[in-house]
Design a protein around this ligand. Sequence first.
Ligand SMILES: [Zn+2]
Length: 448
Amino acid sequence: MSTYWCEWAWLGSPDGSMESGVLLNVVGDRIVTVTPGCVVLPAGAVRLPGVTIPGMVNGHSHAFHRALRGRTHGERGTFWTWREQMYTLAERLDPDTYQALATAAFAEMVLSGFTCVGEFHYLHHDRGGVGYSDPNEMSSALINAAAVAGIRITLLDTCYLQSGLAPNAELHSTQRRFSDGNAQQWAERVDALGVESPTVRIGAAIHSVRSVNGSGIATVAEWSARNAAPIHAHVSEQPAENEQCLAVLGVTPTELLHREGALGTRFTAVHATHLTANDHALYAQTASTACICPTTERDLADGIGPTTQLRSDGVPITIGTDSHAAIDPFEELRAIELNQRLKTLTRGTHQPGELLAVATSNGADSLGWPDAGRLAPGALADFTTVSLDSVRLAGADPALLTAALVFAASASDVHHVVVGGKAIVADGIHQTIDVPRSLSKSIGALWA
Ligand SMILES: [Zn+2]
């Protein structure tokens, strides 16, 4: 058994209030007891100064996009021209370079306080769409990368079959690497993966309504139902997607996904930026989730997601770092609230305690880990400690620590991260990986 003494800890209170002197007893990968109010540090306990919160969950990631950071933001361009740059990178990856890059990107996530990632994975095959001898070699590279980096993963294996909504839209040469040919073959490949473990779960994803037609969506939804697995999809990130879907099929992307059986408690709409009133009603009725990725959405000029409406409808919200323009959970969280302030001229839609739930329990539920994202007996021992010693947080009011974290902390303030009972980050240092060096080496090799 390991014992941790937390100077302060957030035990899930919706009003954001913190407990002081919290003892966490951990056996194996689980928390067994949580005891607040312990003034004296017990002998042998690991002291965690600062604020300890449940491990944060990165609900939406494409690991390889990390190699685009700093290379794609300065020009005018659009989402669509950014996508061409992303395809150039995708064309260069193979299982070895992908694993090296993903290991470094996942390690950066743990350093930033994330303990779990939803990897939305669509780069399945070799160049030209030729299958590797093991058709799941790229999936395995990501799962191996997560294990080396020390992060829990839900591999959201993504179905991607066509290049657009127009009938017979030919796949771009890079897009051929994403396609399994048809949805049934996608399902057979995912069934063959079969690698779930204490730190790995497999979920499904529909890349978007542009990339999978109605019957394909139904097949992916059936796979998710059969396996009781999460199902995610990019939805209405750009107005053009809505316009094309309405023009070709006469329904919105959300309506199409609902008609084919995708929406429900296991479904997460990623972005959900441009929704109609009926789209909102469908998410509320089906108890679906929405994953907001503010740093990516602002970088790509997508727009500001309707989180005020989602919140009032009771639709759970999660966060994702998506394109990894930044990997900083605090930056994503405060952007949810601050974007609404700019949009609505009103402060305080999303309260700090509620935003911590967005980053923790909501994210864990969305990725199929209902026993993570909580500091509670029986929960997985995933937690993150934020130091209060930095220039950003020094002098924080002990009665307002949650607000200080959400509105003033940065990823650099994360000092200790435990995943499945193992200390992956201690004193701000990843225990097994030189993360800047790994990023530099793996990204440099791709652009050489
Ligand atoms: Zn994405």
